[in-house]
Design a protein around this ligand. Structure first.
Ligand SMILES: *[C@@H]1O[C@H](CO)[C@@H](O)[C@H](O)[C@H]1NC(C)=O
Ligand SMILES: *[C@@H]1O[C@H](CO)[C@@H](O)[C@H](O)[C@H]1NC(C)=O
Ligand SMILES: *[C@@H]1O[C@H](CO)[C@@H](O)[C@H](O)[C@H]1NC(C)=O
Length: 327
């Protein structure tokens, strides 16, 4: 027997080639191509009667392309094709072979997977918020590896199932909901309800995985809107009252807030004392002016001048700052 193997190996080696297809190395088993949320992963089991040190090469192809390498000489038992160029609508298949040194097994082929119709759609994420005796259900789509749920499928609907906690057998379902949000309004107040959601699509025959069960209590029916209105009314009334008080008693309030401080007496004295600057006096109460017309004869021109004091006074009053600074 061992002599026979030796002969086979020698014969095949003699035929040449870097990789040798050997009947000694059997193919990987249980090869399956799977898709979850539009990823594409090939998985396999080692060949029967495994030797250690096996590596694998995995390839994939769509119905319109040739085989391309996904993973080469990997010791792992799976190969993820998702990051390679794949289309959400493609029909894919994969194959894998085992290698031990220079020897290779035959290819083991997988099933076909058409991504959009075969992928397993994961569970949506559900959150609840209570508002009076109603519950608002918010649904988040599962994240897809390539594209998004709503880009891939034209028809996406949610099947919302809800029940009073502990009464699962009386669950009610609302199918064909297209929006991400829905208000459940036929609920009892002050009661805990549980909600679970599943996604249906137009092209994938299987619904998504169920969401995890989320529970929330409703509030008292009357309380919430009535209390909110009351609080709003009280706040408005207080604001209006404060405004009225502020307007009516503005003087007292401003005196209270900004009291007129008494100045030290010597400040007041110096401020009230008659200023003894001549210019200031001139500006304040012009003294009675005596005007005499004068004629200045310069060369062959005669200039009639008005009141020199008035001219001086007006120039002073135009530039009081300058004068103060000059002092
Ligand atoms: C994989 O292994 C074969 C055989 O040992 C070798 O020829 C090839 O270069 C390897 N490829 C990579 C990518 O390591
Ligand atoms: C995918 O391609 C294979 C091979 O061409 C074919 O047998 C199979 O029916 C195709 N699947 C779909 C869903 O078109
Ligand atoms: C909605 O979900 C409920 C509970 O899982 C199920 O019984 C019902 O058949 C579903 N309806 C649709 C239209 O998917």
């Amino acid at each position: 027997m061992s002599a026979y193997i030796c002969v086979v190996v020698l014969t095949v080696s003699a035929l040449g080639g870097a990789t040798v297809v050997s009947e000694l190395l059997s193919r990987p088993t249980n090869v399956r191509l799977t898709s979850h949320n539009l990823n594409l992963v090939l998985r396999w089991d080692p060949p029967e009667g495994t030797a250690s040190g096996l590596v694998y090469t995995a390839m994939y192809k769509s119905s319109v392309t040739d085989y391309r390498i996904g993973c080469e000489n990997t010791s792992s038992l799976e190969c993820d094709f998702t990051t390679l160029k794949i289309s959400p609508y493609g029909n894919y298949t994969g194959r894998v072979r085992a290698q031990l040194g220079e020897e290779s097994s035959n290819w083991a082929e997988s099933n076909y997977v058409t991504l959009d119709t075969d992928t397993f759609i994961g569970s949506p994420t559900v959150s609840l918020s209570s508002n009076g005796a109603t519950l608002e259900v918010s649904i988040q789509d599962p994240v897809f590896s390539i594209s998004t749920l709503r880009n891939v499928y034209n028809g996406v609907t949610y099947n919302i199932t809800y029940w009073k906690k502990g009464q699962n057998e009386k669950a009610r379902s609302i199918p064909d909901i297209q929006q991400h949000r829905l208000v459940l309004s036929d609920l009892d107040p002050r009661t805990k309800y549980c909600v679970q959601v599943q996604i249906n699509t137009d092209r994938n025959p299987n619904p998504s995985q169920h969401s995890s069960i989320t529970c929330e209590s409703t509030a008292n029916e009357q309380e919430a809107p009535w209390v909110a209105a009351m609080v709003a009314f009280v706040i408005m009334a207080v604001v209006v009252a404060l405004l009225v008080v502020a307007v009516v008693y503005w003087k007292s309030i401003s005196q209270f807030l900004c009291p007129k401080d008494a100045l030290p007496p010597h400040f007041e004295e110096s401020l009230l004392a008659r200023p003894n600057s001549n210019m200031y006096l001139n500006m304040q109460s012009p003294v009675e002016e005596i005007c005499h017309p004068i004629s200045i004869i310069a060369g062959d021109r005669t200039v009639e001048e008005g009141d020199p004091l008035e001219a001086a006074g007006s120039s002073f009053s135009q530039q009081p700052d300058v004068i103060v600074e000059e002092r």
